[in-house]
Design a protein around this ligand. Structure first.
Ligand SMILES: [Zn+2]
Length: 138
C-alpha cells in the first residue's frame, strides 16, 4: 500500500515532467507544462476513477460474520489453562492450537435427537417396540 502510493506519485511526476517537456514551447516553459500535466492527470483521475464495489462485499462479509458469530462458542483446551472463543462447524475438523500450552486439539461435536412432541398413543409405541424386538430376535 505504502510502496504503491510512492510509485503512483513518481509516475504522476514523471508523466507531468514529460508532458511539460513536450508542450514547453507552446505553453511558455517546462514548469508551466509540468503544472498543466499534474492538473490534467487529476482531472483524468476524477473522470476515470475505478468505482468501488464495496457495498456488495460488505453484505457478503456481514452475512459470513453473522454465520461465524452464531457458530462461535467457548472452547477449552484439554490442558485446562486456556479458554477461547472459536467458531465450531459440524462438517469441519475443528482443530485449534492452544496459545497457552501450544498443543493442538480437536473439538468433537456429539448430538442426539430429542422428541419434543408427545407420543400419540403409548399402546402404539409399545406395539412398535415389540415388533422391533421380534425383528431383532429373528
Ligand atoms: Zn492448552
Amino acid at each position: 500500500m505504502y510502496k504503491q502510493a510512492i510509485f503512483a506519485v513518481l509516475i504522476t511526476i514523471l508523466l507531468a515532467l514529460g508532458f511539460g517537456y513536450v508542450v514547453q514551447e507552446f505553453i511558455g516553459g517546462i514548469s508551466r507544462g509540468f503544472v498543466a500535466g499534474i492538473i490534467i492527470q487529476f482531472i483524468l483521475f476524477m473522470i476515470y476513477r475505478p468505482k468501488k464495489e464495496e457495498p456488495v462485499n460488505n453484505e457478503a462479509d456481514e452475512a459470513l460474520n453473522t454465520v461465524i458469530d452464531l457458530q462461535t462458542t467457548l472452547v477449552e483446551c484439554p490442558c485446562g489453562k486456556n479458554k477461547m472463543y472459536e467458531p465450531i462447524f459440524l462438517n469441519k475438523d475443528n482443530i485449534f492450537t492452544c496459545s497457552t500450552c501450544g498443543s493442538k486439539f480437536r473439538v468433537e461435536i456429539a448430538y442426539e435427537s430429542i422428541l419434543l412432541t408427545e407420543p400419540i398413543s403409548l399402546v402404539n409405541v409399545f406395539d412398535n417396540l415389540r415388533e422391533k424386538e421380534k425383528e431383532l430376535a429373528d
